[in-house]
Design a protein around this ligand. Structure first.
Ligand code: ACO
Length: 332
């Protein structure tokens, strides 16, 4: 079974409540119908009920079974505003400002997740990554054991034997511009957990660098060696190793020469990039040159899942991100 089919089946097996915060947007309305029809999740659309139902009617889409909640009129709005004020008053939030901010669909949707009125949220068809992540970072915050929210891509490389027959996870390619060693260690652990929980992989995590096991000495390499040491100390049960060059990480022959004692080198299926420049360029290189399918960026490390969409996304893309979010929510 293909990976996305597996994720759909898993989502169906234990249905979660997912908020589509951009509920008035047409692709979200179409996606909602598809999600409900396939039984992937229960959906809460955030927005004006009349506007959503009128759009659904003109799109000839049934929203039967979807919940619609309007931040402008909901009886939850006042209590969510108070909660937002309590959470952010040390950061300059006033009750008056919170009452205004909570009417924004992204803040409202995020607060639904925080208050356990939903299990996860998906947005970003019309908002930027930063617009979506900021309320999540401020309200939902990081999961126990994760010091940082990060992102990963599921890379499906056709006709490749690297990773798990061409399946690899890349991180972080979209969120943290320049993680510290501590943050890099946290990203490695989060991605290993994701590889297990979402992709049924036995994670082999390579901490990437331009050096392999001390072949070069530089402060940039030191950041990765320190991260590797920290990650191993935190989770001795996981196969994490580094620092490794990309070829030593994924090519058995090179690994035998450069890192013969490593339990990860040559077999890595999780690649941790040292910073966002490397990660973002790296996934796009593989996507373009190897014709790889890049599923993501999917976030990890939030206390409850919040996921971004590309602004060019299709309704089908939204359905898949909702399925991933629902599976992530099953681990909470
Ligand atoms: N994990 C956990 N908490 C975080 C993180 C993180 N990665 N980043 C910021 N925070 C926290 C801060 O500590 C702060 O908390 P506080 O207000 O309670 O003290 C809060 O979140 C806001 O922090 P800021 O630094 O003010 O947030 P910022 O405005 O910088 O936004 C963001 C954070 C959006 C993640 C930013 O780092 C960013 O824009 N990253 C790059 C996104 C990007 O452009 N990606 C590339 C494109 S995507 C692609 O190509 C697929």
């Amino acid at each position: 079974m293909k990976l996305m089919e597996q994720i759909w089946e898993k989502a169906k097996s234990n249905k979660k409540r997912i908020v589509l915060a951009e509920g008035e947007e047409e692709r979200n309305i179409k996606a909602c119908e598809m999600i409900l029809r396939n039984g992937l999740a229960d959906i809460i659309l955030v927005g004006n009920k009349e506007s959503i139902l009128n759009k659904a009617k003109s799109l000839k889409v049934s929203l039967e079974g979807a919940e619609i909640i309007d931040p402008q009129t909901s009886d939850k709005t006042a209590s969510y505003a108070e909660k937002l004020y309590e959470l952010r008053k040390n950061k300059g939030m006033t009750l008056e400002k919170a009452e205004k901010v909570i009417r924004d669909e992204l803040y409202f949707g995020t607060m639904m997740v925080k208050e356990n009125d939903a299990d996860g949220m998906v947005s970003g068809a019309i908002h930027t990554t930063g617009d979506l992540l900021r309320p999540g970072l401020q309200i939902v915050k990081t999961a126990p054991g994760a010091s940082v929210v990060s992102s990963f891509f599921i890379m499906l490389v056709p006709e490749s034997s690297y990773g798990e027959d061409g399946l690899l996870l890349f991180s972080d390619c979209a969120v943290n511009p320049n993680p510290t060693s501590e943050q890099l260690a946290s990203i490695a652990i989060s991605t290993a957990e994701t590889a297990k929980g979402l992709c049924n992989l036995d994670p082999k995590v390579a901490m990437l660098s331009f050096s392999t096991m001390g072949s070069a000495s530089h402060e940039l390499v030191e950041k990765v060696t320190t991260a590797t040491k920290l990650a191993k100390e935190m989770r001795a049960d996981l196969d994490i190793d580094g620092e490794l060059q990309l070829d030593a990480a994924i090519v058995e022959k090179v690994a035998n020469l450069k890192a013969p004692n490593s339990n990860v080198a040559g077999k890595a299926n999780v690649l941790i990039f040292p910073d966002l420049q490397a990660g973002n360029i790296g996934y796009k290189l593989v996507q373009r040159f190897a014709n790889a399918e890049a599923i993501g960026p999917i976030t990890q490390g939030f206390a409850k899942p919040i996921n971004d969409l590309s602004r060019g996304c299709s309704p089908e893309d939204i359905v898949n991100v909702v399925a991933v979010t629902a599976v992530q929510a099953q681990s909470n």
